[in-house]
Write a protein that binds this ligand. Structure first.
Ligand code: PFF
Length: 473
């Protein structure tokens, strides 16, 4: 991230990105990951395809845009990472940064668990025929196995992340990513075109692209909002930190737009690749909607690859290798964030912080994993909250739910109130204007002051009432 140039921050010198593209690429490497390839397709499949897609896109270009501008400008203005950026305006605002900092600590463990699954699939294509990986129940028996295999893959993934971080070869990895990301796109387009030749895929394409407005529900909107935060790495302090490394004369607004287009484009493409194929494999959009969950990517794509015959193994390997790299760069940025939170918060050395984070993340990831296998028969405490669709939640889903559905909307709401009403949008607009005209200033002002906070409050209230059964929406 540091490219040799520095700026006078409030406290000493701060390394800066080499330019607009340095920022865009680093932020894109953090943004594009499992959220795009794994989480977006299963949520879109679950929540009505085209209806989810349209709500998601609207949220990204309005709410997501305003929040990303606010966070990056806040970072560039204060030249501090998240907790420092908020307390820059008064100690009493530090709690917003603290809440934001909690999010990566919750996400990283389960992110690494899924990273372990991706690693397993990548390696398995080298050692097994594609048809074995596509066999009925393969994924299910893998994640529920008590043999310790899932722990091994989790351990391998975390070890790679920690190794990269402690050796400081992050920049090298990000450079590799610049080559791999376009490959991932080409590959995804190829898989999409192939999937479209399958019988029934066209119904899937329609389901994914044509919105059915009757399917729009509070749960859909909440899911789309959580996904937007997750995928764009918003409401968790990451973009504040990235903004703090951004040069004063590079166009902030254009960079934000670029990240959004890139990240959303890849998510849409992942949906194109998976949803039509899923409908072709299961027979109907309803079957897909009813069964779509975290295992979607690991069940559907292997059966598409198996149909390719001998080439399936190579395609499967390359595909999971590309997803592995996308997941790795995101996991590195998540882990790195946790490390700096402990460094700054507890005033400890980087080495100590890496050790603490590794231990903490490992323990939480093991707990997530146990929820799928050894603890599967237990009725865990979280099912106390289990009302309606949350009754059957796994620990992983539960952690995902707490961070994406509860904490991130709260952090986003507090950020809007903070920027819109306390430090005032003009402060952010002036910061954006340091480098260019602020073309969408009006949109930004209205979003951050009124629409985004009111929308978030309403949607959360309806959501809670709906979940506890007080209203039926
Ligand atoms: N945005 C990433 C994804 O979609 O996979 C997840 C993520 C990565 C969140 C890095 C936060 C972060 F710092």
């Amino acid at each position: 991230m540091a490219e040799g140039k520095t700026a006078k921050g409030n406290k000493g010198e701060r390394a800066l990105f080499s330019g607009k593209m340095g920022f865009v690429l680093a932020a894109a490497a953090s943004a594009v990951g499992l959220g795009n390839m794994w989480r977006f397709p299963y949520l879109a499949a679950r929540y009505g395809g085209g209806s989810f897609l349209i709500v998601y896109i609207i949220l990204v270009i309005t709410f997501g845009f305003a929040l990303m501008i606010a966070e990056t400008a806040l970072g560039r203005l204060t030249r501090k990472s998240v907790i420092g950026a908020y307390s820059h305006f008064g100690k009493k605002f530090a709690f917003i940064g603290v809440l934001a900092a909690l999010v990566p600590i919750i996400i990283t463990p389960y992110y690494c668990l899924i990273g372990g699954w991706v690693t397993k699939y990548m390696v398995s294509y080298l050692t097994m025929p594609a048809s074995a990986l596509a066999a009925d129940g393969f994924f299910g028996s893998f994640v529920t196995s008590t043999s310790g295999e899932t722990f091994l893959w989790l351990g391998i993934f975390i070890a790679i992340v920690v190794l990269v971080i402690s050796l400081g070869v992050k920049n090298g990895i990000e450079r590799v990513n610049k080559v791999l990301m376009p490959m991932l796109i080409v590959m995804a387009v190829g898989v999409f075109i192939y999937a479209m030749t399958l019988e029934g895929a066209l119904d899937g394409l329609k389901y994914y692209l044509v919105p059915d407005f009757s399917k729009i529900s509070v749960n859909l909107v909440v899911a789309a909002m959580g996904q937007m935060f997750f995928s764009l790495s918003l409401a968790m302090g990451i973009m504040v930190t990235y903004g703090s490394y951004f040069k004063k004369d590079d166009d902030l607004e254009k960079s934000v737009r670029r990240i959004e287009i890139f990240d959303t484009g890849i998510a849409i493409l992942a949906g194109l690749m998976i949803i039509p194929a899923a409908v072709a494999v299961t027979g109907s959009p309803d079957a897909v909607a009813g069964n779509a969950g975290p295992g979607l990517m690991f069940g559907i794509l292997p059966s598409v690859f198996a149909d390719l015959g001998g080439a399936g193994r190579i395609v499967g390997f390359i595909f999971f290798a590309l997803v592995f790299f996308a997941a790795l760069t995101s996991a590195i940025s998540l882990f790195e964030t946790c490390v700096s939170i402990f460094c700054d918060g507890a005033k400890i050395s980087r080495a100590k912080s890496i050790a603490i984070c590794t231990g903490l993340i490992m323990v939480l990831a093991i707990v997530c994993n146990l929820g799928y296998n050894a603890w599967i028969g237990l009725d865990p405490m979280y099912s106390l909250f289990g009302i309606g669709e949350y009754q059957s939640m796994q620990i992983l889903d539960f952690m995902d739910f707490i961070s994406n559905t509860i904490l991130m909307p709260i952090v986003a709401l507090l950020t809007c109130i903070f920027v819109g009403w306390i430090i005032k949008p003009k402060k952010i607009a002036d910061e954006v204007r340091e480098s260019s005209k602020f073309r969408s200033e009006k949109l930004f002002n209205v979003m951050i002051k009124f629409i985004a906070p009111i929308f978030t409050i309403l949607i959360l209230v309806f959501y809670v009432l709906n979940t506890i059964g007080a209203i039926v929406l």
